[in-house]
Design a protein around this ligand. Sequence first.
Ligand code: BEZ
Length: 211
Amino acid sequence: MTLRLGDIAPDFTTNTTEGPINFHEWLGSSWGVLFSHPKNFTPVCTTELGYTARLKPEFDKRNVKVIGLSVDPLDAHDRWAADIEETQGTALNFPLIADPERKVADLYGMIHPNASDTLTVRSVFVIGPDKRVKLTLTYPASTGRNFDEVLRVIDSLQLTAAHKVATPVNWKNGEDVIIVPAVSDDEAKTRFPGGWKALKPYLRIVKQPLA
Ligand code: BEZ
């Protein structure tokens, strides 16, 4: 199945390292990040999971719940978790889905047969509080993802949702943003009383609104 931006993130019930969960119930009103790992006891995945665990306070600040997935059984996840803590210096602090039957992997199109019949690719799905898919990323098994970039996108998505602003190329949190084209100048006067700089009628730069 190909999931596209704006689609409802498919719901499922599954086993995780933190017990059985129903995905939509578990998300509640939070944002979510669901990401897959090709296989347990692999080096790149081990570093990704350790780093993501270290970022937990940043995800919490943004009201984002994080959940990983690997197509290995639960007992293997528990043994791998010990390696992650030992080698990365941070214990897993979010659930890791055990998906040996690849039910969730298939639901989210995480197996790309021309890359591998058995391993998932490195997928990332960012899901909004409305349960809709806001971002998809697909990386090959050999390239570790940049989870600072995932946080940066979440900052951008949350600004758009709250303030109707978009973020320009290479934007970083705190830098100027852009008023989305759907906002008229009249509406912008109310939303941005401090004014903006119009380089073109369609390119209106404004200070980043406070969260
Ligand atoms: C890894 O996580 O290191 C990895 C997994 C599958 C293929 C290549 C690398």
